[in-house]
Design a protein around this ligand. Structure first.
Ligand SMILES: C[S@@+](CC[C@H](N)C(=O)[O-])C[C@H]1O[C@@H](n2cnc3c(N)ncnc32)[C@H](O)[C@@H]1O
Length: 337
């Protein structure tokens, strides 16, 4: 085998074994290892603190150290790398809930049926669990809470890019539709002290959102509204944010949501869709695999720029600017037509 073929062989082998890294990271997250590494610690301490088998835990941590999550010193003590620090649960961008959510049992089972989705175009999660992902999380509140926490820390990490991409200072009232527990709304309100906000969400999410907005000190400027965005969206905002909402839905459902938003939107108001815009072929695996995730779990899709223009036009919006706001996400400004 020549050098190039050997490199390709190694790359494909790493892809084929990718689930081993996912699961190793998930187990370390479940055990809360990162929170225990306030200083370099020997594995026997970590095993005692987590109730695990020390030799097996050593093998897990050695594997994760080999890919840069932890650092092992000459005396087999482990510490956090700069990357590993993102696993700490107190980090504002903590990746811990996302790791545990993406590797939760229901996700493994749905992804195990990716072939079903590819053969039929159907939703593997519905095929596997007999219910859609939102109903599944409703029935399992711990998973619902974990999903909200994952969305929250991811949205917190996106906020600087979104605030740089769009001037929210020109508005008086910003509504976040399907805004989760309010991480993006919090960042917008914190950056613009004159602004008021509306957070529209499903009823089970609102108590968690209320706690988060209060903890962030912006609750006095935020109104929480119970909302099913297929039925009705609150009026009274001059900007409507939809962050990672429309990609969850196929075109017909996304168009219905957008028609509800359009009905609530005054002629001078703006809709700000923050989602991926699929680019040219052979690029951007982050967006391409996010799209596969939508196929398998939520049932939605990522969209190209022409697809976004068509979808928004079908609900009475014209696309204004599209401004990149970070890897795999853009602010698509839409104007009522
Ligand atoms: C992928 S999450 C994005 C959350 C938030 N915008 C963010 O990016 O962090 C989609 C959100 O849509 C909300 N949602 C789903 N179905 C809904 C419905 N019918 N009405 C209102 N919100 C809904 C979910 O509760 C969830 O918070």
């Amino acid at each position: 085998m020549d050098g190039t073929a050997a490199r390709h062989h190694a790359t494909l082998m790493a892809v084929a074994r990718g689930y081993q890294r996912s699961q190793a990271l998930a187990v370390a997250a479940e055990l809360g290892i990162a929170d225990l590494l306030t200083e370099p610690r020997p594995v026997v301490d970590l095993a005692a603190a987590t109730g695990t088998d020390a030799p097996a835990l050593y093998r897990l941590l050695r594997a994760l150290a080999s890919i840069g999550v932890f650092h092992e010193d000459d005396e087999q003590r482990f510490s956090l790398t700069a990357m590993g620090r993102l696993l700490r649960r107190d980090h504002p961008w903590s990746i811990d809930p996302a790791v545990r959510m993406f590797c939760a049992d229901y996700q493994w089972r749905a992804w195990g049926e990716l072939g079903y989705s590819v053969r039929t175009g159907g939703n593997a999660l519905v095929h596997t669990l007999g219910t859609d992902v939102w109903e599944h999380r409703r029935r399992d509140p711990a998973q619902g809470e974990l999903f909200d926490a994952a969305m929250r820390t991811m949205a917190t990490s996106y906020a600087p890019g979104v605030l740089a991409a769009h001037d929210f200072g020109k508005y008086a009232v910003v509504a976040d539709i399907g805004g989760g527990t309010g991480a993006m709304l919090t960042a917008i309100l914190a950056a613009h002290p004159h602004l008021h906000g509306i957070l529209a969400e499903q009823p089970e999410v609102l108590p968690r959102a209320a706690r988060q907005l209060a903890a962030a000190g912006v609750a006095d400027r935020a109104r929480l509204v119970e909302c099913d965005f297929f039925d009705e969206v609150p009026t009274g905002a001059d900007a409507y944010v939809m962050l990672r909402v429309l990609h969850d839905w196929p075109d017909d459902a996304a168009a219905q949501i957008l028609r509800r938003v359009r009905a609530a939107t005054a002629p001078t108001a703006r809709l700000l869709v923050i989602d991926a815009v699929v680019g040219p072929p052979n690029e951007d695996p982050q967006t391409a695999f996010l799209d596969l995730m939508m196929l398998v779990s939520a049932g939605g899709r990522e969209r190209t720029e022409p697809e976004w223009r068509d979808l928004l036009a079908s609900a009475g919006f014209r696309v204004g600017t599209i401004v990149p706001a970070g890897p795999g996400r853009s602010v698509i400004e839409a104007v009522p037509d």
